[in-house]
Design a protein around this ligand. Structure first.
Ligand code: ADP
Ligand code: MG
Length: 502
């Protein structure tokens, strides 16, 4: 019985998680669902299991539209899921967790002996040798994962949805799981399998659907026709063209920033690169590659375990963002705008001026609104921050204007090295274009920029050189001449090569 999702849409406050996602899942297949983090995979699964109801579009099982009002409805229809977030009750026994919805009862009492026997049967299926009486919290993460799977299987599911089941288990455990998945498929179960691991997807799955940004970009393609390249393209896309082309050239001379063989407590290994004055260097990578963590390490938020950082040719130790700006004229625009970029409950005036408070405070340390306004007004005008006045709370501005405020405060501080992390995520096209122009103009005037972005057109449009980060290492460097196809193929090939086993 096929399960068909047709143009499903689902929004949460402020986020369109699914904007027209389609999927067809048929009995006797293992169907991969892939996509970057945030693409909407888990949301799709929760729609199939009745956790969420779709805003638009239809879900049909066997040709009949499904209206699920809770996960129980789904289970009753034979749809079972292992969700990405764990759902076990730590202080309950393994048996209690597995049989939660279907405890055997005898004379009004839970029949413990039968329960343990039942649980043992399900545990055996997943190859897990633990005592059903043991509390779940005493198990390893991998064992908990297998218990979740045993629990999903206890419902004799016809449709089984597995959301990143191998993320926290070992290769040997994955093998056990794959054997089981294949057995279930051969018995006619329809299985949807979410994973980021290309190798296992290529080895296990029959067809594949890819989501990008809430939309289906690849719909049930037979795995036999897939190459890693096609797959990565579907996930990160290359149809769009750059929105901007850099105008300036990097300057010669001592690099503004040099990173030499840096390893970090977060797991980066021997990272090396240079940024000249007037140069934009990009770090591209899939989500989870370690880009943001690296920026945080440069700012003293993660420990460096080896290597050296030089600014203007001098070895430096940066311990905090405050120190970065005061001593090294280094600014940082965080990807987490709402928590780290701006203070939502403060005015534009205060947000822009806060990086220079000690410079503009009077002799006795008093800070006046007037002094703040003198700093903020020209920048607000220059960045075209659209607002009736500078007293507006930043929390009331659009995302684009908030991002302009978070850039303005570094310009106020007159930094000459700027780390920007996903500078245009979640902002409208006009503000995005403006920020691209701004970064380009800053670099033309000698600013050095480290640009972290998952937006390929943005990266290829802006960066003079693109470093590809994969699994906390730089695996490739692309000298970007802004031929879009050349750059995008080079980037995709580098990620592809890094994903493949040596
Ligand atoms: P994936 O599983 O592919 O990583 P998700 O389906 O978890 O993606 O998320 C898709 C988008 O929806 C993300 O932007 C995420 O932040 C958002 N999102 C998911 N669930 C919720 C929720 N309950 N409330 C608000 N936003 C959500
Ligand atoms: Mg998910």
């Amino acid at each position: 019985m096929p399960l068909i999702l047709d143009h499903v849409e689902k929004s949460f406050p402020g986020v369109r998680a699914l904007k027209g996602a389609s999927l067809s899942l048929v009995p006797g297949e293992v169907h991969a669902l892939m996509g970057e983090n945030g693409a909407g995979k888990s949301t799709l699964i929760k729609i199939i299991t009745g956790v969420y109801r779709p805003d638009e579009g239809t879900v049909a099982l066997d040709g009949k539209p499904l209206f699920l009002s809770s996960p129980r409805d789904a289970i009753a229809l034979g749809i079972s899921a292992v969700h990405q977030e764990r759902n076990l009750i730590p202080r309950f026994s393994v048996a209690d967790n597995i049989l939660l919805e279907g405890m055997p009862v005898k004379n009004g009492l839970i029949d413990v002996k039968t329960a343990y026997a039942e649980a043992r049967k399900h545990l055996k299926m997943v190859g897990l040798d633990v005592d059903p009486a043991i509390e779940v919290r005493r198990l390893s993460v991998a064992q908990m994962q297998m218990v979740e799977i045993a629990k999903a299987l206890s419902h004799e599911a016809k449709v089984l949805l597995l959301d990143e089941p191998t993320a926290s288990i070992t290769d040997a455990e994955s093998e056990t799981l794959f054997r089981l998945v294949r057995q279930l498929r051969d018995r006619g179960t329809a299985i949807l399998f979410v994973s980021h691991k290309l190798e296992e997807v290529l080895a296990l799955c029959d067809r594949i659907t890819v989501l990008r940004d809430g939309e289906t970009t690849l719909a049930g393609a037979p795995m036999a026709t897939m190459t890693r390249q096609r797959l990565i393209e579907a996930m990160i896309g290359r149809a769009e063209r750059p929105v901007i082309a850099r105008t300036g050239r990097p300057q010669a001379g001592t690099p503004k920033l040099e990173v030499r063989n840096v390893s970090t407590a977060a797991g980066h290994e021997r990272i090396s690169f240079k940024i000249q004055r007037g140069e934009i260097v990009g770090i591209y990578g899939l989500v989870g590659a370690g880009r943001t963590e690296f920026a945080r390490a440069l700012l003293g938020k993660e420990r460096l375990t080896a290597g050296e950082v030089l600014i203007d040719g001098k070895s430096v130790k940066i311990r905090s963002v405050e120190e970065a700006i005061k001593r090294f004229r280094l600014g940082y625009v965080s990807e987490d705008r709402k928590h780290e970029g701006v203070v939502l409950g403060h005015s534009i005036r205060t947000n822009v001026a806060m990086t220079v408070w000690d410079r503009i405070a009077g002799r006795l340390g008093f800070l006046t609104a007037r002094a703040e306004r003198q700093v903020a007004a020209p920048l607000a005008a220059r960045l075209e921050i659209r607002t009736p006045n500078l007293e507006q709370l930043v929390g009331n501005l659009s995302g684009g204007n908030q991002q302009k405020v978070s850039l303005a405060k570094w310009l106020a501080a007159d930094v000459d090295l700027l780390i920007v992390d996903e500078p245009t995520v979640g902002i409208d096209i006009k503000a995005k274009a403006y920020i691209h122009e701004l970064l380009n103009g800053l670099a033309d005037n000698g600013m050095s920029v480290l640009l972290i972005s998952s937006d390929m057109p943005e990266m290829i449009g802006l960066a003079d050189r693109i470093l590809i980060m994969h699994d906390f290492k730089i695996v490739h460097e692309h000298l970007n001449d802004r031929r879009y196809d050349v750059a995008s193929v080079a980037i995709i090939a580098a990620i592809h090569a890094a994903e493949s086993p040596a």
